[in-house]
Design a protein around this ligand. Structure first.
Ligand SMILES: Cc1cc2nc3c(=O)[nH]c(=O)nc-3n(C[C@H](O)[C@H](O)[C@H](O)COP(=O)(O)O)c2cc1C
Length: 312
């Protein structure tokens, strides 16, 4: 049974990655999860400098999900390289670093530092954080901005470049196209959906930033639709995410067109989810006689549905 998938020049041993911001820098989970058994670990978002993030409360549970406005708290790229990367390397993790920037130059500089470091396997460009004004969303909500930041980073690194798209746009596929045109090796989607929660007794928002990003099972059908739309539009691989909580959810994204998937919020519910996801995937492959998981990608059967709709 072959679970490996390819993202540009990078081969992942299986399609399951831990999503940014939901798995620390990876090392925090090393005693709970064998990091080398994952397809990859995506770090928390990193700027050049350390960031405090927003004041608490920064997360709140919602029906079938959670709202967060962490504000991209982080240790900065240099401390990551010095303090976290060596252990990730020692644990044989496949490391994808989530890169943030307030300016195009910052994206380029952070990416350059990571390219020179030993042990980084790919760069995920966070142009989609909804929680801070300068969190890249100004790039990720503009087609030209998406193209510009992707091509600028493309020019300074040989690592696979994977822009992470925001779902807070009308036509996400056009952003995937802009990323592809800019030289992206893959796109990942989705980041969280802008949302808010109010305590009706106090009439106060439940998180300090007033609005935040919604994640978890509540967003999954929308995310699957977006992956499907992007699959129709671009040729580069897609890494899908949004509310994956079991193997069937992951497979749904792959059938819609994702080559790999990330799992975020579910880590907070069950940090031991990884072995179950892998076992569920293997069980499905056996039952459906699938030797290579890569053969499942984009195999959605819409023919019948379309024919029915058009009255054929
Ligand atoms: C607490 C929290 C922190 C997050 N931090 C980041 C981040 O630093 N960078 C990023 O690109 N996405 C971040 N995300 C978004 C997730 O990586 C993911 O795109 C989103 O939560 C949807 O997947 P999920 O429903 O499996 O959580 C964060 C999400 C949560 C819940």
């Amino acid at each position: 049974m072959d679970l490996s998938v390819r993202i540009g020049s990078l081969t992942l041993k299986n399609p399951l990655l831990a999503a940014s911001g939901c798995f620390g820098y990876g090392v925090e989970y090393a005693d709970v999860v064998d990091l080398s058994s994952l397809g990859g670990v995506v770090s928390k978002g990193l700027f050049l400098a350390e960031r405090e993030g927003h004041p608490a409360p920064r997360i709140v549970e919602t029906p079938a999900g959670m709202l967060n406005a962490i504000g991209l708290q982080g240790i900065g790229v240099r401390r990551f390289v010095d303090e976290k990367l060596p252990e990730l390397r020692a644990r044989k993790a496949t490391v994808v670093v989530n890169v943030c920037g307030t300016t195009l130059d910052e994206y380029v500089e952070v990416s350059r530092i990571l390219s020179d470091a030993d042990g980084v396997d790919a760069i995920e460009l966070n142009i989609s954080c909804p929680n801070i004004k300068e969190g890249g969303i100004q790039f990720g909500c503009s087609l030209a901005g998406t193209f510009d930041v992707v091509s600028a980073v493309r020019n300074v690194t040989r690592l696979p470049v994977i822009p992470k798209l925001t779902p807070n746009v009308t036509d996400v596929a056009s952003f995937a196209r802009a990323a592809e045109d800019g030289g992206a090796d893959a796109v990942s989607l989705v980041n969280t959906f802008l949302a808010m929660v109010i305590d009706v007794e106090t009439r106060r928002p439940k998180i300090s930033n007033i609005v935040g990003g919604l994640s978890g099972p509540a967003i999954r059908p929308i995310a699957v639709r977006m992956v499907y739309e992007c699959r129709q539009t671009v040729k580069i691989p897609i890494i899908g995410m949004g509310g994956i909580a079991d193997a069937r959810d992951a497979l749904e994204f792959m059938i819609a067109g994702a080559t790999a998937v990330q799992v975020g919020t579910a880590n907070f519910v069950d940090p031991f989810i990884w072995s179950k996801l892998l076992a569920g995937m293997r069980e499905y492959m056996e039952r459906h006689n699938i030797a290579r998981i890569a053969d499942l990608v984009g195999t959605i059967d819409t023919g019948h549905t379309v024919a029915e709709r058009s009255g054929v």
